[in-house]
Ligand binder design. Structure first.
Ligand SMILES: C[S@@+](CC[C@H](N)C(=O)[O-])C[C@H]1O[C@@H](n2cnc3c(N)ncnc32)[C@H](O)[C@@H]1O
Length: 329
């Protein structure tokens, strides 16, 4: 039975869908939608000509939202509750893999999921709803670790100040709720000016990334996608912040033979074989009209590459793809 609260939140608007479809046209064959969410991309792919979609999401809640439309596509869709770094377990030789990263509006808007500093809820933030919560991390990590998480995952310049304030507060009382933490961050940072984001934005983003091991997922997901894509298949990635986008950009640079050509005066080394060719020369950003109707689109970037027929390359290191590392937490 579908939770009525969830139904009202099923109005997640897919970001950058139009430019994606334009760049992969004509849509055909089997696709992996690695981040099913409200199914906006899956439906667009199926309606646009894809024969089959492996629809993956780590959040078990999202599939109940699809109950009222999924029957229209019987035999053309498989709903899979897992992380996308495991996509090789389900699919092989596909014509496209799409990642629309981060959290969905449904997850963000549901106070009980604990993603939002705007609503009071348990400090949870687990997309998969298993494993340690954000509260576990905030209440047990060392000051150094917390500071690293805020700095490297959230690009928060006041990371040390926030980490110290958390440790001091923890001595009196542990953190349980989103607003509890948001207020503490607000208390140590200057008030934001009009037009600036809320002071807790970066800290919350960093914690969410840590709790869900989002960078490891992305890193592994990209290499898995390379393995399951057949020749001519599309890799499509929509990112929402600069660290995420840099990882994808460097992956595509590496696999198109361009990662190590840093000096423009040197001839480009011939680093064949290459696993991808670029479809989008630069990242595509949403038009102003899309941003005005969907604020989530503000920082979105779309990158697309096409698989060649060379076999998958060797896995690169975190360092080579500029994946921030903070150690075990
Ligand atoms: C931005 S939403 C996707 C929205 C979707 N494209 C749509 O049109 O409705 C991101 C979704 O990806 C899921 N997700 C994020 N990281 C994941 C991962 N590593 N593995 C599987 N699902 C993931 C989240 O649970 C969330 O539902």
């Amino acid at each position: 039975m579908m939770d009525p609260d969830l139904i009202s939140q099923a109005d997640h608007i897919p970001v950058l869908l139009k430019p994606m479809l334009e760049n992969i046209s004509p849509v055909r064959g089997a696709w992996v939608d690695a981040t099913f969410g409200a199914g906006g991309y899956t439906r667009a792919l199926l309606d646009g000509g894809a024969e089959f979609v492996f629809a993956i999401d780590r959040d078990p809640n999202v599939f109940s939202l699809a109950e009222n439309w999924v029957d229209q596509y019987t035999g053309r869709i498989e709903l899979i509750n897992d992380v996308f770094s495991n996509l090789e377990k389900y699919a092989d030789s596909v014509d496209g893999v799409v990642f629309d990263l981060g959290v969905s509006s449904m997850q963000l808007d549901q106070a009980t999921r604990g993603f939002s500093f705007m609503q009071d809820g348990p400090l949870d933030m687990r997309m998969s709803q298993i494993g340690p919560t954000a509260a576990d991390l905030v209440n047990s990590a060392s000051e150094k670790m917390l500071s690293n998480v805020f700095y490297f995952f959230g690009e928060e310049r006041a990371s040390r100040k926030i980490a110290k304030a958390i440790i001091d507060r923890r001595k009196q009382r542990l953190f349980e709720t989103t607003t509890d933490l948001a207020k503490l961050v607000e208390s140590v940072l200057p008030r934001s000016k009009p037009g600036q984001s809320h002071p807790a934005t970066r800290s919350f983003q960093a914690l969410r990334i840590a709790v869900n091991k989002e960078y490891e997922e992305l890193f592994n997901g990209l290499f898995s996608a390379e393995k399951v894509l057949s020749s001519g298949g599309y890799l499509v990635v929509v990112t929402f912040h600069s660290i995420e986008d840099r990882i994808v950009k460097r992956f595509i640079q590496a696999r198109t033979g361009k990662l190590y050509t840093t000096n423009r005066y040197l001839p480009e080394p011939n680093i064949l074989p290459i696993q991808f060719t670029k479809i989008t020369r630069k990242a595509i950003k949403p038009a102003a009209s899309e941003i005005s109707t969907n604020s989530r689109a503000r920082s979105a970037k779309l990158r697309i590459a096409k698989r060649t027929d060379f076999k998958p390359g060797k896995n690169l290191t975190f360092d080579e793809l500029s994946v921030p590392i903070v150690g075990e937490y």
